[in-house]
Design a protein around this ligand. Structure first.
Ligand SMILES: NC(=O)c1ccc[n+]([C@@H]2O[C@H](COP(=O)([O-])OP(=O)(O)OC[C@H]3O[C@@H](n4cnc5c(N)ncnc54)[C@H](OP(=O)(O)O)[C@@H]3O)[C@@H](O)[C@H]2O)c1
Length: 327
């Protein structure tokens, strides 16, 4: 079977290549990719700033949706012809992709392939960081920074669906209003005034149990100040900078936990365990329509550089996708 895929031959050049795919090994599934999600990590990989792990495909693309076209001998979760979405260990910017069966979710009607491709990376990132590392509990309060992002727009809905309260941040009054509509109780504008003062005025100072920080840098001290005693702060991105000067005393005065992770470097078994938890706790809410991905727009696979440039501009709201059906 022939595969078309994207290769970045220079940081500014995307070439459509073709090769022949192998058949799936024991627990692998070969998917005809209909859509792939675009993630910030893909832009960094293209620029040479975030090399893929040694065991990953060098082809970019971390999440996909499509139809199963072949399965390995030991596969039991899905069959040829099933529609699925999946986390890919690279290789998603392609017309076919090989994934592990335990990194797939069956995609029943009425969920579209676009919706499916917009889900895996955000579902896994939020589940692992907010609910596992952050241990968010029922009736607690979570601050999901970047409510207009692919991660944040889904994260707010996941927090609400699990019976906790959601707060967020966004970069303009208009974007704050749109994030509020996703279910956040209060959204602060991180480009206007002091973040801590905004949350304090709204009654949330030291009331926040879990904070998902997508930006780092100067946001870190605001996180520490906003956290409730015994609060957990989970950092997953550095858009505001890798360095941060913090008052360490805040950590021990409030018994805070400061942690973080990156999904790309999470081992296979831990990712599979997250998928299992998502099947149990989150997927029923997705199927019921209580959690829905926010999709900004879809680009043809060949226009991947335009999709990346749009993401880099920061004007999007929610997920960007690639249509991977190459004729
Ligand atoms: N560690 C992991 O496993 C993992 C996994 C997935 C994603 N991530 C990280 O999570 C972040 C979001 O990823 P994504 O794919 O969802 O990206 P995305 O959709 O492009 O979202 C980025 C968002 O960040 C906000 N933003 C931009 N500049 C900001 C700033 N200076 N301060 C605060 N917010 C700012 C923007 O919203 P406004 O303009 O409204 O502020 C934008 O919506 C990225 O940093 C990504 O690297 C980490």
């Amino acid at each position: 079977m022939q595969r078309h895929y994207i290769e970045f031959t220079t940081p500014d050049t995307a070439i459509m290549m073709a090769d022949t795919v192998s058949m799936p090994a024991n627990n692998e599934v070969l998917i005809s990719v209909h859509h792939a999600g675009v993630n910030r990590a893909d832009l960094l990989q293209r620029l040479g700033l975030y090399p893929p792990p040694a065991d990953a495909s060098p082809i970019p693309g971390l999440e996909i949706a499509g139809e199963v076209v072949a399965i390995g001998e030991d596969v039991t979760y899905c069959s040829v012809g099933d529609r699925v979405c999946a986390l890919a260990h690279g290789g998603g910017y392609a017309s076919t992709a090989m994934v592990r069966e335990d990194h797939c979710l069956l995609l029943p009607e009425p969920l579209s392939s676009e919706q499916g491709a917009a889900l895996p990376e955000a579902l896994l990132t939020v589940w692992y960081n907010v609910f596992e590392r952050g241990m968010l509990a029922h009736n607690e309060t979570a601050l999901i920074h970047g409510g207009s992002s692919g991660i944040g727009s889904l994260g707010i809905q996941m927090v609400r669906a699990m019976g906790a309260n959601a707060l967020s941040t966004a970069g303009s009054e208009e974007r704050c209003a749109a994030v509020t509509k996703l279910g956040a109780d209060f959204v602060a504008n991180h480009r206007e005034g002091n973040l801590f003062e905004q949350f304090k005025a709204a009654g949330y100072a030291e009331q926040i149990n879990v904070i998902l920080d997508i930006a780092g840098g100067d946001l870190m001290q605001a996180n520490l100040d906003l956290a409730a005693p015994d609060g957990r702060i989970v950092c997953i991105g550095v858009m505001r900078g890798m360095q941060s000067e913090i008052n360490i005393a805040t950590l021990f005065m409030k018994r805070l936990t400061l942690t973080g992770s990156t999904l790309r470097r999470l081992d296979t078994a831990s990712r599979a365990a997250c998928f299992q938890a998502i099947r149990e706790h989150i997927w029923p809410e997705v199927l019921a329509g209580n959690i829905a991905p926010v999709i900004d727009s879809t680009f043809p696979l060949a226009d991947v550089l335009a999709a990346h440039e749009y993401m880099r501009s920061g004007h999007h709201f929610g997920k960007l996708l690639l249509d991977c059906q190459v004729s």
